[in-house]
Design a protein around this ligand. Structure first.
Ligand SMILES: Nc1ncnc2c1ncn2[C@@H]1O[C@H](COP(=O)(O)OP(=O)(O)O)[C@@H](O)[C@H]1O
Ligand SMILES: [Mg+2]
Length: 488
């Protein structure tokens, strides 16, 4: 981009960024700084260069105030911003490009966080779109202002197809739908469909939201309000949440690069197409089905892997968690369970399904929350930490709890809490009553018992960190003369 004097222009019309003149004032690209005769009638030239064409109902003063706020935001100047807001300036007003002070604060190199916080506390519109429909969230993402981004998300900022589309184009992970040849369905839950497909000669997996089916169910429930037979009804909020969940998953996945996480390969975000994304194909399937198949092959006898295999798998999960929990913005998986652990042909294990990582707010209504946990199948509940069930504040240690139960599952060959009865809700009821049921660790490999007991500790602070788990499990793996029998 060439910038000469007070006039900035760009060849790229996709999304020019705001620029600054020598006095560091915002000059919208393509706008020429006014000459004396284009200035306010009877007054001085506008100091920021933002003149003329004020839309109907918008006064010169409003526009000027907006430009001052935008200047303070772009400069990360908290003191100036505070004084402008105290003087009653409206933080929702925008500049010529439709950018609000929040857009500029989110993209600022300095002071982004403080000014963003200030604007949000003065009720700036968190989802306002600029001339290109892009929001402050997109600006924060683009500027890699991750804390500001999180703050926007916490204040209700919504992910958008258009923003992700831009990211996909910038980072070359946009996939053309025509290149994707669907082969067969691998899995279908109430919220998503997963297909095996071929993309440029490689077998891949395609995941999309099951909006169409859900839409049908919604129509059905509207037509048959008196008939409870369908079991679920989806309101618009739930539909929206499902769409958002997929966008959220894409947003997270595209930022991960780790060998113990299923590899994201790209996404289809074309306007006229359903949103979907592709990942590497894990031909060994998920761990739940793998155990079921093994059990079927041994005529219903419990199947248990060797200690070597157990250590290999558990270290892979711990490494994946250590990566996620130590990202600059830590990621809590929140849905760790055997169905979300996938195997390669050579039985290497990788973690998948980031759909509900931070997606369900604590404050969501019980009904919506119920639908969401139910969509994943009963497994979701079994592996969920008590603090989540009780709607208590929680952190990355909920994944450590799930890790403990997964260790139990892998080592014993049984579902956790199988002894509580057939109703999978029983364990939830126990938690809600304040009880702390745990699986019988004595059924598991002796070497792993201390790991699971520590991981599902009632006192959250006593649960080990993922890094500690990696360290201890790796040491056990490396220990000479390790035992390959399961229960000693
Ligand atoms: N990359 C993959 N390779 C093989 N199977 C997969 C892959 N991704 C998902 N699956 C299968 O699809 C199921 C559902 O996928 P998942 O991403 O967990 O969707 P949901 O969010 O609906 O739970 C998994 O439990 C697994 O059986
Ligand atoms: Mg899943």
């Amino acid at each position: 981009m060439a910038c000469g004097g007070n006039v900035c222009r760009t060849e790229n019309t996709a999304e020019p960024e705001a620029s600054f003149d020598t006095e560091q004032r915002v000059i919208p690209l393509g706008e020429v700084v006014p000459s004396a005769n284009s200035s306010k009638p009877g007054g001085d030239a506008h100091p920021s260069g933002a003149v003329g064409n004020a839309s109907e109902g918008e006064t010169w003063e409003t526009r000027q105030a907006a430009m001052e706020l935008c200047y303070a935001a772009a400069a990360g100047n908290t003191v100036l911003m505070q004084s402008l807001l105290d003087a009653g300036h409206n933080p929702c007003n925008s500049d010529y490009e439709g950018k609000t002070p929040l857009h500029l604060a989110a993209a600022a190199k300095t002071g982004a966080l403080e000014v963003t916080k200030l604007l949000l506390s003065h009720r700036a519109n968190v989802n306002a779109g600029d001339r290109w429909g892009q929001t402050a969230l997109y600006q924060a993402q683009r500027a890699k202002n991750f804390e500001a981004r999180q703050m926007l998300l916490d204040s209700g900022a919504e992910l958008q197809n258009s923003s992700l589309r831009q990211q996909a184009a910038d980072n070359l992970w946009s996939v053309n739908r025509a290149e994707l040849h669907i082969e067969r369905e691998l899995s279908s839950t109430l919220k998503s469909i997963v297909h095996l497909a071929n993309w440029r000669g490689t077998q891949v997996v395609v995941k999309c939201a099951k909006l169409d089916q859900v839409q049908l169910m919604k129509t059905y429930t509207e037509r048959n309000k008196s008939e409870p037979s369908i079991g679920h009804s989806f309101n618009d909020d739930t539909l929206q949440a499902m769409h958002k969940e997929l966008l959220h998953e894409i947003e997270l996945l595209q930022s991960f690069r780790h060998p113990d996480l299923v590899m994201f390969m790209g996404a289809i975000l074309e306007e006229e197409e359903s949103v979907m994304f592709i990942t590497e194909y894990m031909s060994g399937g998920d761990l739940e089905r793998y155990f079921m198949e093994k059990r079927r092959q041994s005529n219903g006898e419990l199947w248990r892997p060797s200690l070597w295999q157990l250590l290999d798998w558990s270290t892979a999960i711990a490494r994946a968690l250590s990566f996620l929990h130590n990202c600059s913005q830590p990621v809590v998986h929140r849905d760790l369970k055997p169905l979300n652990l996938l195997l390669t042909k050579k039985l290497e294990l990788k973690v998948t399904d980031f759909g509900i990582s931070k997606m369900i707010p604590h404050a969501s209504s019980a009904t919506d929350h119920e639908h969401y946990t139910m969509t994943g199948g009963v497994g979701s509940w079994l592996y969920m930490a008590p603090e989540v069930v009780r709607h208590k504040p929680y952190d990355v240690k909920v994944d450590i709890y799930s890790f403990g139960l997964i260790l139990y599952f892998m080592s014993s060959g049984r579902s956790p809490f199988y002894d509580l009865g057939r109703d999978p809700e029983l364990v939830l009821k126990e938690y809600i009553k304040g009880n702390e049921p745990r699986p019988r660790f004595q059924e598991c490999a002796k070497q792993l018992q201390p790991f699971m007991c520590a991981a599902w500790h009632v006192d959250v602070s006593q649960r080990p960190s993922s890094q500690e788990l990696v360290r201890e499990l790796s040491a056990l793996q490396a220990a000479p003369g390790k035992c390959t029998c399961l229960i000693s």
